[in-house]
Design a protein around this ligand. Structure first.
Ligand code: PEP
Length: 244
């Protein structure tokens, strides 16, 4: 295990009603002595209540998006500074579902990451290739291109490598493929940020479950995970936290 403290972040996507705070409480109860950072990222309307509940404890609360600007005429959007003011510690940016559903490009993701940093939030910047790009032998070039365009100059970020074809499908790349991509990302981070690039955590995301988490987290340069479906139930999520 590297000197980087692992991070396990749960992306609830558009799931969870107010009573799901019970899952947060169960996660908090089980994560008290976790040897990794733990984040739960619920939908926007739950962030404030969850952050109040989580307080300064071991489980941080994050959001799933923010707007690059601090305020203004942007109906339906939420600023990074508002998220920070209501207690969020982090924000997921450039998730493939936002890139696909909302046409977010690298430049927009970078602007959002800069806004998040400016507000004191930890940006978790997502990158990943589609199945067609992998089949065409373009996986690494795609991911490195996304990194280049999406990352701010500040090294205070987390990168999440999430092959699009592995998200929510139960399919996971082979350990050699994950290792190769994380090594390529590390190399690019060091080329860009120098020594500080060694300190940037690189999460793997895509069908991580309690049963495969330990094997994935043991791969070099995998510094934890971004977890979708398996983060919705505290028992499953805590199984993954334990593996980190
Ligand atoms: C995700 O959406 O970030 C994700 C990794 O989803 P899942 O764990 O369900 O594949």
């Amino acid at each position: 295990m590297s000197a980087r403290r692992p991070l396990v972040a749960g992306n609830w996507k558009m799931n969870g009603m107010p009573d799901a705070i019970g899952e947060l409480r169960a996660t908090m109860a089980g994560a008290g002595d976790a040897r990794c950072d733990v984040l739960v990222c619920p939908p926007f309307p739950l962030v404030a209540d969850f952050a109040r509940e989580a307080g300064e404890g071991a489980v941080g609360i994050g959001a799933q998006d923010c707007h690059p600007e601090e305020k203004g005429a942007h109906t339906g959007d939420v600023s990074a500074s508002l998220l920070a003011a209501i207690g969020a510690r982090a924000v997921i940016l450039g998730h493939s579902e936002r890139r696909a559903d909302h046409g977010e490009d690298d430049a927009l993701v970078r602007a959002k990451a800069e806004a998040a940093l400016g507000a004191g939030l930890l940006p978790i910047v997502c990158v990943g290739e589609t199945e067609a790009q992998r089949d065409a032998g373009e996986a690494e070039a795609t991911v490195l291109g996304q990194l280049d365009g999406s990352l701010p100059d500040d090294a205070g970020v987390v990168v999440a490598y999430e092959p699009v074809w592995a998200i929510g499908t139960g399919r996971v790349p082979g350990t050699d493929d994950i290792a190769a991509m994380h090594a390529a990302i590390r190399k690019a981070l060091v080329a860009r940020h120098g020594e500080a690039g060694q300190g940037i955590r690189i999460l793997y995301g895509g069908s991580v479950k309690p049963g495969n988490a330990a094997e994935i987290f043991a791969i070099d340069d995998v510094d934890g995970g971004l977890i979708g479906g398996a983060s919705l139930k505290a028992d499953d999520f805590l199984g993954i936290v334990a593996a980190a």
